[in-house]
Design a protein around this ligand. Sequence first.
Ligand code: SF4
Ligand code: MSK
Length: 631
Amino acid sequence: MKLAEVLHPEDCTLTSDGQAMLNKAQREGIETVWDRYTAQSPHCIFCETGLSCRICMMGPCRINPKKPDEKRGVCGADAHIIVARNFLRTIAAGAASHSDHGRELVEILKAVGEGRAPGYRIREPEKLKNLAAEYGIDTAGQDDLSIAPTLAEAMEEDFGTSRKSIRLINRAPEKRLELWDKLGIIPRGIDRETCESLHRTHMGVDNDWLSLLTHGLRNALADGWGGSLIGTELSDVLFGIPRPKSSEVNLAVLKEDQVNIVLHGHNPLVSEMIVQAAKSPELQKLATEQGAKGINLVGVCCTGNELLMRRGIPMAGNHLMTELVLVTGAVEALVVDYQCIMPSLGTIAQCYHTRMYSTSDKARFPNAVAFEMTPETALEKARQLVKEAVMNYPNRQPDKVSIPGRPVKQMTGFSVESLLEGLGGSLDPLLDAIKSGKIRGAIGIVGCNNPRIKHDAAHRTIIQHLIANDILVLDTGCVSVATAKAGLKTLDAIQQAGPGLKEICTAVGIPPVLHMGSCVDNSRILVLVSAIANALGTDISDLPVAAAAPEWYSEKAVTIGFYAVASGITTFLGPMPPITGSDKVAAAATKGLEDIVGACFIVEENPEKAANLMVKHIEKKRGGLGLDSRQ
Ligand code: SF4
Ligand code: MSK
């Protein structure tokens, strides 16, 4: 079934560049994610509610609440056990993805210290030393290269530690740590909690839905305060702390007269080497010899976010735009690392002259050239890869090229460090703005796109509503592309903010929506809210803050949402997670956890209603702190 037969591009995506490329895809007979979504609909109701189980070969089983003899799986598991087990496995998968990414950064840090990683270096020695101090390492008299392997080894212990807790959890406020201790959910080791999730969910282990859910909190915390936070911190050490800068966004960042290389995935390890390689005068000269005016690097998804935050490299699009980037016909090379890379991309690349390259041994793709990079070989391989892309430029078919529209400007690069610098070294101006009510609170909008929801529409509606209500928005991941494309990351967007937020943004010179990085970088938001709670002498759950993932799709998003909740941040979800098959699990996740950790999921797919609920939540939290409240 083709898109043209059932759907119109305007129904699929809010974005004009997306609509233009969907029209082109239809004309050229190219199947996209929306075609496949339509073909797969309606989805299996048992899977959508979490009531199917294929954990063992006595099954697969499904629970049919309407049939008395189908209320238990073959092993005897009821709906609550099955739903909770499935949910915990999802959390474990998300935690594993982020944390394995974090582990690779630890390995590179070690390789840098041992002189095995040409191309990589320590760019933030101060941050390296601060982290070492947090891990109890005495750095006196040691140079950066000697500190690096010692810190890497200490961080490796966090993955499979024999300690009682992972180290960076200590950044959480005292009250939160006490609560976690009381609940027994302080993560002991990143790999340990993920491994234990898989153990608990094996047939015949943990058959108490609440116990499964509780371990989900611990596993998610191991991600947020462990694997993800290590990933963010070491990316900064190795590639630089993001600082405010200008860039551009949308498909028009591709250049008709240049060699276009698109960088996709999550881990900056590969893309940073491509950036270095592309600067080589020799390769630039080669590009000219092939008839191009230069080499143009652009990002998509979270590798794009990493490059945008640190280097200002323009962003071509988010998750649902990745196929459409190739439909422009203007891409010489698509270079991927891992996560959120649709297996369809290699097939679409073959419809044009585009070559797709996979760079990680653990992430292979159909119709992609396997081009594995290791710490030792990455820079040399990156040079080879850029050269291949340049040599592919003459193969471009001009009649198939169409780059729609014009790029939109955006500001990016708001790490915790750069925010503090912008505020004069102290959180006080931000706290004063919150106390005075000029800024009512802050919401971290994070996450993906999902063809269930009109692409970028929920993001845009919610965020415009929030800033108009004087709520500062921090965004990460694919939503950050949606807001940038809507012009919400420019100083002009201050005009769309409410009067209080307008005043503060004008005074500080920042847009009302601040880009804080990739989906791993949600850990930056954790660090920021902890610092605010510490400054106010309270817990995170008391603050006028929230998180939201209006168009989420990925397992990682569930884990992020759950570590936010475990940390005391109420989290608004668009699509409902597959837990409604158990009234107990659903009630706990969407209500009961509030009494346990001071936060829960609130699920509302309608963006207007969701935005209103978020404003209400912020005002309620203000009231709780004794601040003025518009309730
Ligand atoms: Fe069925 Fe139980 Fe096996 Fe799941 S674990 S497939 S419910 S028998
Ligand atoms: S890439 S996890 S679609 S944010 Fe991080 Fe985007 Fe979500 Fe993947």
